[in-house]
Write a new protein. Structure first.
Length: 277
């Protein structure tokens, strides 16, 4: 009697993604339990918006603000940037550092899942809750400022650019937290990168305000792909004829960081195996 070895049927894409959808749903529920933190985030955004409005209004009143961008446009830029920060400041990959400290990363690596994809789905779950917060935050922001609303095709381009910026931000956070495999502590590194990113991403000050060759340099950096590109599309400073070039730059940084993340993750796994025997 011969035994016929049967290969397992290939899983569908839905079956492959099902666990990660569940991880995202669990992260959403977990984040929703911290109601006070939710309200604090919205309150903090409104305070920052009020302060930024006061600063820009004072600068324009003294005629020391950059020419070419009216006050209502810069207030729109500031408001949209702060609303974006509700999503982009979420870092689901910080769990890497925590798991390394606790020593649970080794057992997690043995689970039949992709750990980087788990961190991504966990971050997406948290992000979805904060994306919901954008609605009440926007309504309350309208009590402080009046923002411009571009045409529908510009909003669609902005949404796509925002998504690409989210991916660039994820890979950047992933790389920073993977440093913990070698240093165990990443706070100082993340703090420095956060300061640089806040300045050079266009979150606080539009990069088009930088002079001459410095403007070209900061616009070419990966930080600009996170905030500046979507915001300049929203304001119309990047016209429809420039959308493809802007998207291509963001996709290029996504691919570059994704490849670098894959290399660093493999090196980190080898380090765990060597240390653990």
């Amino acid at each position: 009697m011969s035994l016929v070895r049967t290969e397992p049927a290939p899983r569908s894409l839905r079956e492959i993604l099902a666990p990660y959808v569940a991880f995202a749903a669990k992260a959403f529920s977990r984040e929703a339990t911290y109601r006070m933190e939710v309200f604090t985030n919205v309150g903090s955004l409104l305070v920052r918006l009020y302060l930024m409005k006061a600063v820009w209004t004072a600068l324009y009143a003294q005629n020391v603000a950059p020419a070419g961008v009216p006050l209502h446009a810069i207030l729109t830029y500031t408001t949209v940037a702060l609303l974006m920060s509700l999503v982009l400041e979420i870092d689901g990959t910080r769990a890497i550092r925590d798991k390394i400290r606790e020593g649970t990363i080794a057992t997690d690596l043995m689970k039949p899942i992709s750990l980087p994809l788990y961190f991504f789905s966990d971050g997406v779950g948290m992000t979805l809750l904060h994306a919901v917060l954008i609605v009440p935050a926007l309504l309350m922001s309208l009590l402080l400022v009046r923002i411009d609303v571009p045409p529908l095709h510009v909003l669609a381009a902005f949404a796509l650019s925002f998504l690409l910026g989210y991916l660039v931000n994820f890979f950047l956070n992933f790389l920073m937290n993977c440093i913990a495999f070698w240093t165990l502590e990443t706070f100082a590194m993340q703090l420095m990168v956060r300061w640089v990113s806040d300045l050079l991403s266009g979150q606080i000050v539009p990069l088009i305000f930088f002079p001459g060759i410095l403007q070209k340099i900061v616009l070419a950096l990966p930080f600009a792909a996170i905030y500046s590109t979507p915001l300049l599309i929203y304001l119309g400073r990047i016209p429809p004829s420039g959308y493809l070039a802007a998207f291509a730059t963001q996709v290029g940084w996504c691919i570059a960081f994704a490849l670098l993340s894959a290399v660093v993750w493999r090196a980190a796994q080898r380090r765990i195996v060597v240390q653990g025997g």
